[in-house]
Design a protein around this ligand. Structure first.
Ligand code: FAD
Length: 372
């Protein structure tokens, strides 16, 4: 439990958050602080408690939409550090010690993609498919980041948490994080702050190339079968493929996929396929079927749409974008209005309701799409 008050700690006031969100939305925070060390976190906690302030934690700002100036303290996660842990240094000891596994504890403020590159250079494998996902390590468990058939759940060991309401610190096992598709226990406990994440990686260079275009790309560039690719070559392939399909937020403001891929029953998928034979659908282990939200949106002609500085990316209908020249005059609400139009269109034509993937924040805290 923290009971800490640092007399030298003071937040900045009236800070523009444009550089802290990948949509480049120019909202202002009443108070702002980088969390560079644990004492900053404890002091910020005390400050919000004493002043009865609203608060909001940002990582890389690549999965949030800000609709208004923030009336409270915005904290930017910057806790750094990487440490190799032996099994007896873990909070939760593994059931069996395996020589091929390595445990890596990483500060929540480390950059995710830099971590992926670093881990491969150290000969610790498992993160290569998650290359080039923007954002910081601390946000990775929040929506169980995933790409190309791998998700954080496959390589997470434990997570160190600070409860911003009680000031308590505790460590969750990967299982206790309740990781699901773009989901975790952290969405149900938004006052839990991730301080560090411990991953379990392998010394064996296993690769997963069965998803998307990875194998086809590797066949092209390698002088041999794709199965012989190294983890670094898989990372290079993922970076190449992502760079050709997804807009770089530093040039085109966006938050990646705006909608989650909907899960429907096998019956529903079959009904849709009768009308739309090219339906993109992935059967799930629980007999549900995951549909490609981007494909649904694409069928309705939204890809490449652009009006008044807000639109849909020309190469990927799942990504909503802002025009870079006008983003600094926009509010997140304009983007959310477009998202609502797309949701209504998909509902009307496919009888499917699309859920929004990024988290939405208004003047005093998180808001829900239904209340916009
Ligand atoms: C071009 C692009 C491509 C993307 N591709 C993918 C992809 O392939 N797969 C994927 O899963 N996602 C993808 N994303 C979404 C995004 O990168 C991830 O969700 C990422 O994990 C967000 O990290 P962040 O640090 O930017 O989080 P932020 O946007 O800063 O925060 C997101 C949410 O997490 C909370 N949060 C942040 N840090 C912490 C912490 N330490 N403790 C508790 N809560 C915290 C915030 O309060 C907020 O609610 C993409 C985004 C973009 C822009």
């Amino acid at each position: 439990m923290s009971n800490y008050s640092d007399p030298d700690w003071a937040p900045q006031t009236k800070v523009d958050l444009q550089a802290y969100n990948t949509l480049s939305l120019p909202v202002q925070a009443d108070y702002f602080s980088d969390l560079c060390q644990l004492s900053d976190l404890y002091a910020a906690h005390q400050f919000c408690h004493d002043q009865q302030l609203n608060w909001l934690l940002l990582g890389g700002g690549s999965n949030i939409v800000l609709t208004d100036d923030f009336n409270g303290l915005v904290m930017h996660m910057a806790l750094a550090g990487k440490a190799w842990l032996t099994p007896d240094q873990l909070h939760h000891r593994p059931a069996q010690n395996r020589d091929d596994l390595v445990y890596l504890c990483i500060g929540a403020g480390e950059n995710w993609d830099q971590l992926v590159a670093w881990s491969l250079a150290q000969g610790a494998y498992g993160l290569q498919n998650l290359s080039l996902i923007p954002g910081l390590v601390g946000a990775a468990p929040i929506q169980n980041i995933g790409a190309y058939g791998v998700e954080l759940a496959h390589i997470l060991h434990e997570v160190m948490v600070f409860d911003f309401v009680t000031g308590e610190e505790f460590c969750l096992t990967a299982e206790q994080c309740e990781l699901g598709y773009r989901d975790s226990i952290f969405k149900r406990h938004p006052h839990w702050i991730v301080m560090s994440v411990t991953l379990v990686l392998s010394r064996h260079p296993h690769i997963h190339i069965g998803y998307g275009d990875i194998a086809a790309y590797l066949e092209q560039v390698l002088d041999g079968p794709a199965t012989q690719a190294t983890p670094q070559q898989v990372r290079d392939a993922v970076i190449h493929i992502r760079s050709t399909k997804l807009p770089d937020p530093s040039r085109i403001p966006n938050v990646g996929s705006f909608f989650k891929n909907p899960l429907v029953t096998a019956n529903k998928a079959q009904q849709l396929r009768e009308k739309w034979p090219d339906l993109v659908a992935y059967p799930q282990p629980n007999k549900q079927v995951k549909l490609a939200a981007g494909w649904l949106i694409d069928q309705l002609g939204w890809r490449g749409y652009m009006k008044a500085g807000v639109g849909v990316h020309g190469k990927q209908a799942l990504v909503l974008v802002l025009e870079s020249t006008t983003a600094n005059k926009m509010t997140g609400l304009t983007l959310l209005k477009l998202a609502q139009e797309i949701q209504a269109d998909v509902e009307q034509h496919f009888a499917i309701s699309l859920a929004v993937e990024p988290r939405l924040f208004g003047k005093v805290g998180e808001i829900q799409m239904e209340h916009i």
